[in-house]
Design a protein around this ligand. Sequence first.
Ligand code: ADP
Ligand code: 5GP
Length: 187
Amino acid sequence: MSKVIIISAPSGSGKSTLISFLMKENALRLEFSVSATTRQPRGQEVNGKDYHFLSVNDFEKKISENAFVEYEQVYQGRYYGTLKSEIERIFSNGNNVIFDVDVKGGINLKEIFGDKALSVFIQPPSVEELRKRLQGRGTDSVEEIEKRVAKAEEEMSYAKNFDRIIINDDLEKASKEIIETVKEFVG
Ligand code: ADP
Ligand code: 5GP
C-alpha cells in the first residue's frame, strides 16, 4: 500500500535540498506531488515539474471545482495548494507520495492521511542562519527574504506537531538521517 511523506519547514531550511536527496533513493519509490502556486517561477524552476504555475483566476477556479486536498495563502496574496489529481496519479503508479508543504499544510495532510503518513519537520539551526541561506540561494529579493524570515519564528513553534524533527545543521548528517527515517517508515 502506498505511503505518504510530508516534509515541512520554514522557507530556506533546506527542504528542497533534502527532498532531492530522498528522490535519488530509488528503493524508496517516492514520487513528488507537484503543487499549484500563483507565485512566479524562480531560478531554474520548470512548470509541471517544480510547480504548476497558475494565474490567480485559474487557481480560484480550481478551488471552486474542489480540485485541492488542501490549499493556503502561505504568504499574503500567494496561493499554494496540493492537487487531488497528483495524489491519485502517484498512488495509481503504486508509488509513495512526498509533499513539500508549509507547516499548516503539513499538519492538515497528516490529519487527512493519519497512520499512512509520516510528517517530518526540517529545523534550521537558527533564524539568522535561515536568512543567510536565503541570501546565499540568491533567488529571492530582499523584501521576499524578509517576508520569509518574519514568518519563520511562528512556523518553528509548530515543530512539535510533527512525527519527527530533523535539524538541518550539517547537510550530510541531515540527509543520512532523513533517508534512514523514511526508509524505516516505507519498509
Ligand atoms: P527550502 O526548500 O526549505 O526553501 P532550500 O533547499 O532551497 O530550502 O535551501 C536553502 C539554501 O540553503 C540553498 O541554497 C541550499 O543549498 C542551502 N542549504 C541547505 N541545507 C544546508 C545546510 N545544511 N548548510 C548550509 N546550507 C544549506
Ligand atoms: P516556495 O515559494 O519557497 O517554493 O514555497 C513557499 C512555501 O509554500 C514553502 O513552505 C512550501 O513548502 C509551501 N508550499 C508549497 N506547495 C504547497 C502546497 O501545496 N500547500 C501548502 N500548504 N504549502 C505549500
